[in-house]
Design a protein around this ligand. Structure first.
Ligand SMILES: *Cc1c(COP(=O)(O)O)cnc(C)c1O
Length: 389
């Protein structure tokens, strides 16, 4: 039923599984017949779990009062969320709110380009990214994405001013007198759950700072405690010029955020959004941030991260015939699989056995569980994966 309607009326852009989830409870999803352990959290979005009562109550309370008024008026939860983001990050930043990761990155690129116009005699506008990166699906962010396969001629022409390098070390040679910024993920998510070396990142950050060029860190996937700290930038002990967030920030409500220490670059009229930062999304996100902060401060998040890692490691070590490497950080983990066919088969078998897992890159099995997942759910998930194998 749902399949027929979906196939007839929804544009065919996703390779979909036809299951009809009707209920969610933390890291467990239910269709009409059985339950599934969710090791994906909707691709890193449902950071505080499905059906979170605290978030639901906050949203209900908010939308039964004001859902939206436009950015022509001050919005209390938006201001409070911006303050919360500054406090949790420890950075002296101001925030612009958008509705998605790609849109947050568009905002970051706009700030960088205007910075390049204002701060130098010759206009600087080029942004360098890295191979295997992922920055979004809009025409600009898809061009910023360092994957040739995503720059299809079908959608050409793309905006100028983007190039990507294979390695961090190559960036130094690619910077020319039109380069204004380097945009990177600290752990490449879609590209294969690949973290970069801390010293390499710190060296790059210092180099850019000395030159007055910008470091943009795309924390759309790594942000909101996914790696154990509020931002992966905190973990790497760097101070980026611009940071973007989205996925886990709203716990399922669409929200994107661009934070920058360069608070004087954009002025009224430069950038905007109809929906961005409205009462609904910022109130929800504020509640998500409070829940995750408490989870971190109580030690529960660290405990959960260690437990998940221990279980994953056990699983990995028991199946060295299939998995070649264990990668990632915090609650953003991957297992490299020998070949892409085995990976596709495994994800499908995992689904049949009641556990949701993701693919990243060509050959990585990816885990992005809710940060609130219980030990019982972790155990149950790995038992089902064991059966799937
Ligand atoms: C998912 C993702 C994006 C795109 O976010 P959307 O909300 O889908 O636009 C951008 N960057 C990174 C690192 C991501 O993981």
């Amino acid at each position: 039923m749902i399949k027929d309607i979906d196939k007839q009326y929804v544009l065919n852009t996703y390779a979909r599984n036809y299951v009809n989830f009707v209920k969610g409870e933390n890291a467990t999803l239910y269709d009409n017949n059985r339950n599934f352990i969710d090791f994906t959290s909707g691709i890193g979005v449902v950071s505080v779990g499905h059906g979170n009562k605290q978030v639901a109550d906050a949203i209900c309370d908010q939308v039964s009062n004001i859902t939206h008024i436009s950015n022509l008026y001050a919005i209390e939860p938006q201001a409070l969320l911006a303050q919360k983001i500054a406090q949790l990050s420890g950075y002296d930043v101001a925030t612009f709110f958008a509705n998605s990761g790609a849109e947050a990155n568009e905002g970051a690129i706009k700030i960088a380009r205007k910075y390049g116009e204002l701060k130098f005699d010759n206009k600087k506008f080029k942004v360098i990214t890295l191979e295997h990166s992922f920055h979004g699906r809009t025409i600009t962010t898809v061009k910023a994405t360092g994957q040739k396969s995503m720059h299809k001629d079908d959608f050409a022409p793309y905006p100028d001013g983007f190039s990507f390098d294979q390695k961090i070390e190559d960036i130094y040679n690619s910077i020319d007198d039109q380069t204004v910024a380097v945009m990177i993920e600290l752990v490449q998510g879609e590209g294969g759950v690949q973290p970069f070396e801390k010293n390499q990142i710190q060296k790059l950050a210092k180099y850019l700072k000395d030159k007055g060029l910008l470091l943009i860190v795309d924390e759309v996937q790594t942000g909101a405690f996914r790696t154990g700290e509020f931002l992966a930038s905190n973990l790497y002990e760097i101070e980026p010029d611009i940071i973007t967030m989205a996925k886990g920030l709203g716990g399922g409500v669409p929200i994107g955020a661009v934070m920058t220490t360069h608070k004087d670059i954009l002025v009224p009229g430069d950038h905007g959004s109809t929906f961005g930062g409205n009462y609904l999304s910022t109130r929800a996100s504020l509640e998500v941030c409070n829940i995750l902060q408490e989870c971190k401060d109580s030690g529960l998040l660290d405990e959960t991260m260690i437990y998940f890692e221990t279980k994953l490691k056990e699983f990995y070590e028991n199946h060295q015939d299939i998995f070649t490497d264990m990668v990632g950080l915090g609650m953003m983990r991957g297992l490299r699989v020998k070949d892409a066919d085995t990976l596709t088969q495994f994800i499908s078998k995992a689904f049949d056995n009641g556990v949701l897992v993701l693919k990243a890159g060509r050959n990585t099995l990816r885990f992005l569980p809710p940060l609130t997942i219980t030990k019982y759910e972790v155990n149950e998930g790995f038992e089902r994966l064991e059966k799937a194998l």
